[in-house]
Design a protein around this ligand. Structure first.
Ligand SMILES: [Zn+2]
Length: 104
């Protein structure tokens, strides 16, 4: 399944979609802190940037390749915490690739 296939062609504000979105971008404050520190956000995995912080309700940008997302180094399912040292900035495709086993 490709990155684009994982998104519905029309974003619907269902509780499930909203939950998935919030899981991907659960920590906007972390992203904003990183942006303040480094001026620009780039992907921890592929180095792509600058990435943009996109609010979940921004329908036009929600599947942007340059959407900044938060990735857990140690997944929460394996006991990872929401601490800053367990979080990295990731672009959408990398986050989706890594999180391919998430039950969407
Ligand atoms: Zn990436």
């Amino acid at each position: 399944m490709s990155y684009y296939d994982s998104f519905p062609s029309t974003w619907k504000d269902t509780p499930k979609n909203r939950q998935g979105w919030q899981r991907l971008q659960s920590n906007t404050s972390f992203l904003e802190k990183q942006q303040n520190l480094y001026r620009t956000l780039s992907c921890h995995y592929c180095g792509k940037g600058p990435l943009t912080i996109v609010h979940w309700s921004d329908l036009s940008s929600q599947n942007s390749l340059y959407k900044a997302t938060v990735d857990h180094v140690v997944p929460r399912a394996h006991g990872g915490r929401d601490n800053d040292d367990n979080l990295v900035v990731s672009c959408g495709p990398c986050n989706y690739r890594k999180g391919a086993n998430m039950p969407y």
